[in-house]
Ligand binder design. Structure first.
Ligand code: C2G
Length: 129
C-alpha cells in the first residue's frame, strides 16, 4: 500500500484544495492530511475562518482523504513520514523546494497550484459584496 502525505490549513475549502487532494490521492492508495491546528496557523501567520475541528470535519468528508492528523509544528514531518511509512510527500508548488530536505525519508512531489482560486481571494472578493 502506497501512503501519501500532505499538509495544509484548508480554510474555506475550495476547488483548488480538492484538485490538490485528488491528484495526491491518485499517486497512491491512502492519503493522510496533516491539518494545521489553530495554534500552528498562528505561527504560520494565518488566521483561519473555520476552527480546526470544523476544517477537520470538512476534510474527512472528501472522498480522496483517508485520514486527517493534526499539524502542530514545522518539525513533525520526519516523524510523520516514518511513523505512517509514507511513500510520497505531496505539496502545491508554492512550496517548491521547501521540503526537498525530506527526500532522504520519502519521495517529495510538488503539484501545480490551481491559479484561479485561493482562500485569500475568496475573503477579498466577499469584502466587495
Ligand atoms: N493549493 C492549491 N491550489 C490553490 C490553493 C492551495 O493547489 N489554489 C494547495 C497548496 O499548495 C497546499 C494545499 O493546497 O499544498 C493547502 O493549501 P493551504 O491550506 O494554503 O496550505 P498552507 O497554508 O500552504 O500550509 O507544512 C505545510 C503547511 O502547513 C502548508
Amino acid at each position: 500500500m502506497k501512503t501519501i502525505l500532505t499538509y495544509g490549513t484548508f480554510d474555506l475549502l475550495h476547488y483548488g484544495h480538492i484538485n490538490l487532494l485528488r491528484r495526491a490521492k491518485n499517486l497512491g492508495d491512502y492519503l493522510i492530511v496533516g491539518l494545521s491546528t489553530d495554534t500552528f496557523n498562528h505561527q504560520k501567520g494565518k488566521k483561519s475562518y473555520f476552527r480546526y475541528d470544523e476544517r477537520k470535519i470538512l476534510l474527512e468528508s472528501i472522498r480522496y482523504v483517508d485520514s486527517v492528523i493534526p499539524e502542530s509544528n514545522w518539525e513533525q514531518k520526519i516523524w510523520d513520514i516514518e511513523n505512517f511509512m509514507v511513500d510520497t510527500l505531496v505539496m502545491g508548488d508554492d512550496w517548491e523546494g521547501r521540503f526537498d530536505y525530506l527526500s532522504s525519508y520519502c519521495k517529495v512531489k510538488y503539484l501545480s497550484r490551481t491559479p484561479t482560486v485561493s482562500t485569500k481571494k475568496i475573503k477579498r472578493d466577499l469584502k466587495k459584496v
